[in-house]
Design a protein around this ligand. Structure first.
Ligand SMILES: Cc1cc2nc3c(=O)[nH]c(=O)nc-3n(C[C@H](O)[C@H](O)[C@H](O)COP(=O)(O)OP(=O)(O)OC[C@H]3O[C@@H](n4cnc5c(N)ncnc54)[C@H](O)[C@@H]3O)c2cc1C
Length: 464
């Protein structure tokens, strides 16, 4: 089933509730999913919001990503967004194949990847440009707009004055009660892998009759995503949802670095047993639509707030995810809901540092667990699938604790206890992580080494 263009969706009647203006000013640098959703949420709780973005206009690159129920939940406060989100979502099924194209697992619902398929909420798969577009539309509806060509080069704060600020390229400085960093490069190291990614009109792929035959729509009109797992590949392709992904490459972490599909063919020619159908799909990719994106990773960074807590990192700027976690956009949206709730609870300008520090405490351990999940999924999916091996073991396993979380409610339920912990050292234990988990700091290197030695890691315990 194909999804409509966001511009063609007829809007649901808008019944949007906003808290009374609270006099708080918020500056956001970065208009990605995290920055846009945070702008909306901060506006909803009564703040004045400005958004700076370094690119010259709305960026429509990117292919698709997964959005979990915990993020979709934030749309309960945004009737129009909720409606549009449903309208643009793909209704896909997923199957699993070896790198030679042989099917290991027949098409299933995405919920089969969860620990409790019968009761799992829907996992949404979206076109990133379309998802971005509906957030932009919503921004316009509430009278906000992104200021483009504004690159943040530095941030500052003044504890006495109770403000934070941003320095833009070429010198202008702006101050506010709260300054949010939703798009500043943070130090990262190469994971040693890169992926080719693309999204393009399905009609181009269907011109090849062999491709059309393999990926024809099911009788119920739904598309099937094929997830190819193996020593060199972690790939997806699907009719009405073409998205091909393979490991290799040495290119910078950028969604704008284009390469010719021949580069991918050069690589697939080195994979023993690689399937012809894989190459046929690659040959249908338009020559300027393929991104070679280097996978960088970063150890968890527990501190998202500046010393006076008036400058705060969020989304990828605070916590980067590998695509194998499927969590980047979901966690950026969870951040938005959590931070805005904390601001609302804190209530005034003086209490902004409490709000941001509590938000950091409520969010970090959860996000860090999900980062670990991505690291391990990557090594699991890219090791060779053996004949007879349960293919589901190669796939992401999405636990209930990941899906069934409401970051806004969590903030309301835990704010005061978390603040007491920060101010007086009284006990506080997060409950938005795997059941019974006692969080211990970890690094990517340490995690992979411990796993290799068969030792216990943060990933042991009940992750269902
Ligand atoms: C163009 C693009 C395409 C993407 N495509 C995919 C995809 O296909 N699949 C997928 O899984 N993930 C994709 N991602 C990543 C995914 O959107 C994010 O991981 C996730 O949504 C978290 O969002 P974020 O807002 O934290 O970061 P991002 O979505 O990366 O947004 C950060 C924003 O900040 C801006 N920015 C950066 N530095 C500065 C600065 N100094 N001053 C001002 N602005 C700045 C960037 O231009 C960008 O718009 C893409 C990201 C981008 C930017």
């Amino acid at each position: 089933m194909s999804s409509p263009n966001p511009a063609d969706i007829v809007a649901a009647p808008q019944v949007l509730k906003r808290s009374p203006p609270n006099g708080l000013s918020v500056l956001i640098s970065g208009a990605g999913v995290g920055g846009l959703m945070t702008a909306l949420e901060c506006w909803r709780v009564g703040c004045d919001v400005r958004i700076f973005e370094r690119s010259q206009g709305i960026v429509t690159t990117g292919d698709s990503f997964t959005i979990g129920a915990s993020a979709i939940d934030a749309f309960k406060n945004w009737p129009e967004l909720r409606h549009k989100n449903e309208a643009i979502a793909y209704h896909l099924m997923v199957s699993c194949c070896k790198h030679n194209g042989k099917q290991l697992m027949p098409p299933m619902e995405f919920s089969a990847l969860t620990s409790d398929p019968a009761n799992a909420p829907r996992i949404y798969r979206h076109s990133r440009p379309w998802f971005h577009a509906i957030l932009h539309d919503q921004l316009g509806k509430v009278g906000l707009s992104v200021e483009y060509g504004m690159e943040a080069v530095d941030f500052f704060e003044d504890e006495q004055a109770g403000c934070g600020g941003v320095v833009l390229q070429n010198g202008p400085r702006h101050e506010a009660d709260l300054n949010l960093v939703a798009g500043m490069p943070v130090p990262a190291v190469s994971s040693g892998d890169a992926i080719f990614r693309t999204a393009y009109p399905v009609e181009l792929a269907l011109k090849d009759p062999v491709v059309a035959d393999r990926f024809q729509l099911r009788g119920d009109g739904r598309s099937v995503v094929e997830l190819w797992v193996g020593a060199f590949t972690l790939g997806y392709s699907a009719i009405r949802y073409p998205d091909v992904t393979q490991d290799t490459g040495t290119i910078e972490e950028s969604w704008a670095h284009r390469v010719h599909p021949d580069e991918v063919l050069k690589f697939t020619s080195t994979i023993p047993g690689w399937s012809d159908i894989g190459d046929r799909v690659i040959k249908t990719i338009p020559h300027d639509q393929l991104v070679d994106w280097k996978l960088m990773w970063r150890d968890p960074q527990p501190q998202w707030t500046s010393p006076a807590a008036r400058v705060v990192q969020l989304g990828d700027a605070a916590h980067t995810f590998l695509p194998s976690s499927g969590k980047g956009a979901t966690q950026a949206i969870e951040d938005a809901a959590s931070l805005a709730a904390c601001i609302l609870i804190a209530g005034d300008r003086q209490s902004v540092p409490n709000a941001t520090r509590v938000h950091n405490l409520l969010r970090f351990e959860r996000v860090s667990c999900l980062q670990a999940f991505g690291v391990v999924n990557r090594s699991k999916a890219s090791t060779k699938a053996k004949d007879g091996e349960d293919p589901k073991k190669k796939l992401v396993r999405v636990g209930k604790w990941m899906l069934e979380h409401d970051p806004e409610r969590y903030a309301w339920e835990n704010y005061h206890q978390a603040l007491a912990h920060l101010e007086h050292g009284t006990p506080f234990q997060n409950t938005n992580t795997p059941k019974g988990l006692v969080y211990k700091p970890w690094t990517i290197e340490g995690l992979l080494e411990a796993q290799g030695r068969g030792e216990a890691t943060i990933l042991d315990g009940d992750w269902n």
